[in-house]
Design a protein around this ligand. Structure first.
Ligand code: E4P
Length: 217
């Protein structure tokens, strides 16, 4: 399983990129709004940091296929690495079909069932984004959805990649990897949590103490 970072905060993207662990970025309208910056300006800056797929979503207020197609074409023009993020609706699927035929890659977002993922894949989505954290929030096991989609795609030989989204903690990450997600898109705070283990800290402290006792600094 590969990692994308799920944020529009450029400082966090730089930090994760410097660690060498991410190969892409996902954003959404809430994350862009949180930064309070112009969409195209932020996206351009992100493309200058990470050399990999960057998902930029059509405007949250655009709900018709025509509008999403027009915006998708503009997003794709920003940089060759751009992936157009489209919500999982009938209009969204129509937009995915047209953009895919034009060679524009898409990420169908807000997936909460295996059937939605299957439809998005058949419409031509490059990626599907099932949201596991938001399912856990309503007492439905999000990881079961990731596993179902992975099984269905394997049986059907579907090449659409599964991005496990709405990842909230390190256990989610391990669960997604075991369930067969191709990618997990993870906030920086979770990446940081994943680096830590108390025995690692204790081990470093002991190595330092033993070294200093004999050799000094
Ligand atoms: C995915 O692409 C979304 O940006 C994201 O993972 C949503 O996560 P949340 O449910 O924590 O907002």
């Amino acid at each position: 399983m590969k990692f994308f970072i799920d944020t529009a905060k450029v400082e966090d993207i730089k930090k994760a990129n410097d660690m060498g662990v991410i190969c892409g970025v996902t954003t959404n309208p809430s994350l862009i709004a949180k930064e309070g910056r112009d969409f195209v300006e932020v996206i351009k800056e992100i493309t200058s940091i990470v050399d990999g797929p960057i998902s930029g979503e059509v405007k949250a207020t655009t709900v018709d296929a025509e509008g999403m197609i027009a915006e998708g074409r503009e997003i794709a023009k920003i940089h060759p690495n751009m992936i157009v993020k489209i919500p999982m609706t009938v209009e969204g699927l129509k937009a995915v079909k047209v953009l895919n035929a034009e060679g524009i890659k898409t990420n169908v977002t807000l997936i909460f069932s295996a059937n939605q993922a299957l439809l998005a894949a058949r419409a031509g989505a490059t990626y599907v984004s099932p949201f596991l954290g938001r399912l856990d929030d309503i007492s439905v096991r999000g990881v079961d959805l990731i596993r179902e989609i992975a099984d269905i795609f394997a049986v059907a030989g579907i090449e659409t990649e599964i991005i496990a989204a709405s990842v909230r903690n390190p256990i989610h990450v391990t669960d997604c990897a075991l369930a067969g997600a191709d990618i997990a898109t993870v906030p920086y705070s979770v990446i940081e949590q994943m680096t830590k283990h108390p025995l690692t800290d204790a081990g470093i402290a002991k190595f330092q103490a033993d070294y200093r006792a004999v050799f000094g600094e």
